[in-house]
Design a protein. Sequence first.
Length: 314
Amino acid sequence: MSRPPHIFAGPYIQRSSERRKDVAWVAEALERPSSRFVVLWQDHNLIHTTHEPQAALVDRTCLPDEALSESIFLGQRDDIAFFAIDLADRSLCSLPPDSDFKELRVWGGLLANPEAGLLAYARALIYWRTRHRHCGQCGAPTVAADAGHVMRCTRAGCVTQAFPRIDPAIIVLVTHQERALLGRQASWPSGRYSTIAGFVEPGESLEDAVRREVKEETGVDTTQVRYHSSQPWPFPSSLMIGFEAQATSDVVACPDGELEDARWFSYADIQAGTPLLPPPASISFQLIADWYVRGTGRTLIDEPIVVNQQKRPA
């Protein structure tokens, strides 16, 4: 089944990795009037909060010189260079009108895919860098290199370099006789259920992680594990790797206590608005939506179900 890229994914930028080691080119690009900066403050992205939200990208005149030295080169699009900036103090930036720092997890689904992807990319790199200010080998301070894509130890004799990392996590829709297995955590909004997910452990394949997580969280054994798609999820640094699988039985339990509840839902349940589904921006929603359209011939996002519609945040 062909589908558009998930939110936060897609060819939204040319990463131009060959430019990262070119110190002179990066310095020149920082001074260009055409260059644009993705600004973050306390893990929040700068967004135009108008009727149709947009990424608020600023030029260098909106930023102090000291902030530019900490910028991370993201790549290029249409000959425009993009950089990420993390502000210690939001007052250091001249904010565009009708803009504010917002949580991308909440606002990302309201942005155009290329903008959402660019902001997620910047957020992930900033998160990584702020947590690698010291060498993991000897504890000495680190400095940025390769236009912000490497954190290098400053101690003489220690050549340790830290590179951006992501945490692989599987997320899977398990089905059995035209029903889908969904679970919920106690901290979620009342009535919300989602697909089963968990992090991949060292020495484990993705398929093994699917079978283990489903068994641990629901007590259900699975077979016929098939890859679906993947989605960057920078909250804080995950790559969600989506699968579909079939259950060998329909007996459900929650043995490890991670889920408050897990149960089977039919097409009719979904159509009736039970349960409350995850936000449409998530890969979890897409896994459910693809299963639903295969079984009913109807597109889930077009169903008149109020609880499934993404609402504009306050």
